[in-house]
Design a protein around this ligand. Sequence first.
Ligand code: NAD
Ligand code: DAU
Length: 359
Amino acid sequence: MKNVLVTGGAGFIGSNFVRYILEADPQVQIINLDALTYAGSLENLKDLPNADHHTFVQGDICNRDFVRDLLRQHQIDTIIHFAAETHVDRSILGPEPFIQTNVIGTFTLLEAARQYWQVENALPLDQVRFHHVSTDEVYGTLAPDDPAFSETTPYAPNSPYAASKASSDHLVRSYNHTYQLPVTISNCSNNYGPRQFPEKLIPLVILNALTGKHLPVYGDGQQIRDWLFVTDHCEAIHKIVVDGKPGETYNIGGNNQPANLTIIETICDLLDELQPLAEPHRSLIKFVTDRPGHDRRYAMNISKIERDLGWKPRHSLTDGLLATVQWILANPEWVSAIQKQHEYQTWLSKNYEKRENPS
Ligand code: NAD
Ligand code: DAU
């Protein structure tokens, strides 16, 4: 890894990864390509460590000539692909951008990499890597007693988001099988931590609780996710890129699987200690209309990455949630920049007004 193209590096996980890698591997040069959609922000890239090894470029991964020129200009040997449309609820209300960025965008990047590395023969294939960051949602949903998802679980994506990520995984895999492009894929469970856009459950609940708003629980709140603190995910990706075998897929997960309602109650209890209100924060909890097609349970079997690469999560959910709440409390400018976004307020009305008051 010398010249690394990170896509989506102004988003939640991408910006945490950029920060992580600039510290972990100070020799590396990062080119950070991000379109700055509603989910991406330069606020996420403030005060980077080793900042002279980071270059931000605003652009769209769907623009093939632009991407190919970027690979040539910076002699990119490693691509770490985070850029995506990522929110399941948005994919239900408007799937088109998910197909564009997640499917066409990934295809465009693969073609640009193949052109530069293979057709133009710019770099030896044993010195390059295309790493695709994907999700556990490609495997569908689990019944209460089913074993956790493994790397050989058949794909069964249920939402337009999950289907678009599954499509992109298949394209990446095919570029290895057909063209021998050195790719790796990671499928990871739900991340949380600093800089997560507050449309996702944990930051949304923290911000709503801090401002005395309802805490919306979809359905009965007994759905289960496998929560992972974001820096643990960054560490796993780094290990895969450095030591993972081309052509392989690795599952990443947190070994933390409480029900959504338990997560929300834990956040309420934390805030009762850190920022007490007149009433306990749990009084803000409100059960609302469920997500259509809502996956009931995810759980990841992470024995392959533990065995082959020696990675396991470092953070318990208790540590990670406390760190997340503390980060939000310590960064009011980051919060207010998002709360001022017209697009964010429009999204909150569009997603929650009908759910809270179905008629
Ligand atoms: P995010 O929504 O916070 O950030 C996505 C970033 O991609 C944004 O900065 C956005 O501007 C950028 N982007 C979107 N479309 C683009 C385009 N066409 N060209 C260039 N940039 C574009 O997402 P995240 O939560 O950080 O997720 C990053 C990746 O990790 C995604 O691929 C996602 O599927 C995967 N993932 C996320 C989670 C999770 O819990 N958040 C879990 C597993 C996997
Ligand atoms: O599993 C990995 C995936 O995790 C990633 O691939 C996605 O990009 C990421 O968005 C996330 O998807 P989820 O749908 O699981 O995350 P979200 O935070 O939207 O929801 C988590 C759970 O909480 C889910 O069961 C729905 C529920 N929920 C969510 C919101 C926003 C609520 O009950 N209320 C809410 O207001």
